[in-house]
Design a protein around this ligand. Structure first.
Ligand SMILES: *Cc1c(COP(=O)(O)O)cnc(C)c1O
Length: 426
């Protein structure tokens, strides 16, 4: 093997198949060799500010020593054990810590491996809840442009996408609602009333407050609250997909805290393990758990992944929560929020900036330029930011920031400057 003369990007091409990539159209993958705090370093030594926390995971900074040292110590103690019939301290301690910060109605935690399985479990909980109670409810409800993951249940409840065309015949039955944006709240509520009258709806899954993959679409808390209230009155199980919004990004630990009606089920992943290891949790209220608690074996939730509640991932998650709830990290979150507010205030009157919005450390706007004029605008924007040493990943013409909380003022400024340059260039 002639590996020494080849770059990592070159070696990558031979055997690797990357996610969300049409390899015939895509160029080489950028090889990242090191990360620290808010920075990523590629194989040529160039550094990038990680403006999206590596898909909203590394919110306390990459290779955070507080977290890595705890996980390293756990590695010497217990690496992995079956979680069916067995338990361990990291999972127990994590459950105690997580329940402390979750909305007060949440009581039980079910582990899986990623955001898609977290929502998959949430969907199964809602469907089997009604099945166990003998209710004939087999339809799910979701927002039109939501994103809940790439497994079959998760794809089914996600908004229809050209990428999922091959699978649509195999989807679960899902009804869709537009998001309540304020002015249409009454219409959406009426639409839900009509759907309830016509269908046997088991559960409603939604991304509270912000739809991430749809382009950081922020919507109306009051409108959502009214929908959740109507669901509750009609015995529809509500599932908050907090995979993206969880753990401080909205300025609160969970976006559900903006709502009066607490969801029956909450899905968590991404920042749960602070960017260190893959893991997910689906939490639920007593009401859900009790519908499975029975002398009949078949009423249990027979879902289980091999690495359920992996002790290392639990340790990372526990350390992450310790950081999140510290005064220091809350200070960083507030600093980020204030910094974004100033930048947004300066930028929102710019003629090319449309729909500037912010919730917590998430800042987003649309670049109002003729898309055709710039060919593939999204790819050109991405290339611009990377050249500037800033990792932002625009969604269409939506530019958004969701940087690690520990991103320094100088690093935030570097992100802002790269955006200002983009406004000049495009
Ligand atoms: C990323 C995401 C998922 C899927 O999580 P994966 O870990 O990528 O499977 C589900 N829901 C939301 C809201 C997400 O942002």
């Amino acid at each position: 093997m002639k590996t020494e003369t080849q770059t990592l990007s070159q070696r990558d091409r031979k055997h690797l198949w990357h996610p969300l990539t049409q390899h015939k159209l895509a160029g080489d993958m950028l090889a990242i060799v090191r990360a620290k705090g808010a920075l990523l370093y590629d194989e040529s030594g160039k550094e990038y500010v990680d403006g999206i926390s590596s898909w909203y995971t590394a919110v306390y900074g990459h290779c955070n020593e507080f977290i890595t040292s705890k996980v390293a110590a756990q590695m010497q103690q217990l690496d992995q054990v079956v979680f069916s019939g067995f338990t361990h301290e990291p999972a127990i301690a994590l459950s105690e810590a997580l329940i402390q910060i979750l909305p007060s109605n949440q009581e039980k935690l079910f582990f899986s491996d990623n955001g898609s399985t977290a929502t998959e479990v949430g969907i199964k909980m809602a469907l089997q809840y009604h099945h166990n109670l003998g209710n004939d409810r087999k339809v799910l409800l979701a927002f039109e442009e939501g994103f809940h993951g790439d497994t079959f249940g998760a794809m089914s409840v996600s908004g229809l996408s050209v990428y999922n065309g091959a699978f649509e015949d195999h989807f679960l039955k899902v009804l869709r609602l537009p998001i309540p944006a304020g002015e249409n709240n009454a219409d959406v509520l009426l639409k839900l009333r009509n759907l309830i009258a016509e269908h046997q709806i088991a559960g409603f899954i939604f991304e509270p407050m912000v739809q991430g993959a749809a382009g950081m679409k922020m919507y109306n808390a009051e409108g959502l609250n009214d929908l959740l209230k109507l669901c509750r009155e009609n015995h529809i199980i509500t599932i908050a997909d907090e995979v993206m919004t969880g753990f401080g990004k909205t300025g609160k630990n969970f976006a559900s805290e903006f709502l009066e009606v607490q969801p029956d089920i909450i899905c968590m992943s991404k920042a749960l393990t602070a960017g260190l290891l893959p893991m997910a949790v689906t939490s639920c209220s007593r009401k859900i758990y009790d519908a499975f608690y029975s002398e009949e074996l078949s009423k249990g939730l027979f879902h289980g992944h091999t690495y359920t509640a992996n002790p290392l991932a639990c340790t990372a998650a526990l350390a992450g929560i310790e950081l999140l709830t510290s005064a220091e990290m809350q200070g960083h979150i507030e600093r980020n929020i204030a910094s974004h507010q100033i930048f947004a205030g300066q930028l929102k009157r710019h003629p090319k900036v449309k729909n500037m919005r912010q919730l917590g450390v998430i800042l987003a706007f649309e670049l109002d330029v003729e898309m055709e004029r710039y060919g593939n605008l999204r790819n050109r924007l991405f290339a611009h930011f990377m050249k500037e040493g800033v990792f932002l990943r625009p969604l269409g013409n939506t530019i958004y920031i969701s940087a690690p909380y520990i991103t320094s003022d100088d690093q935030l400024q570097k992100i802002y400057t790269s955006i200002e340059k983009a406004l000049e260039k495009f």
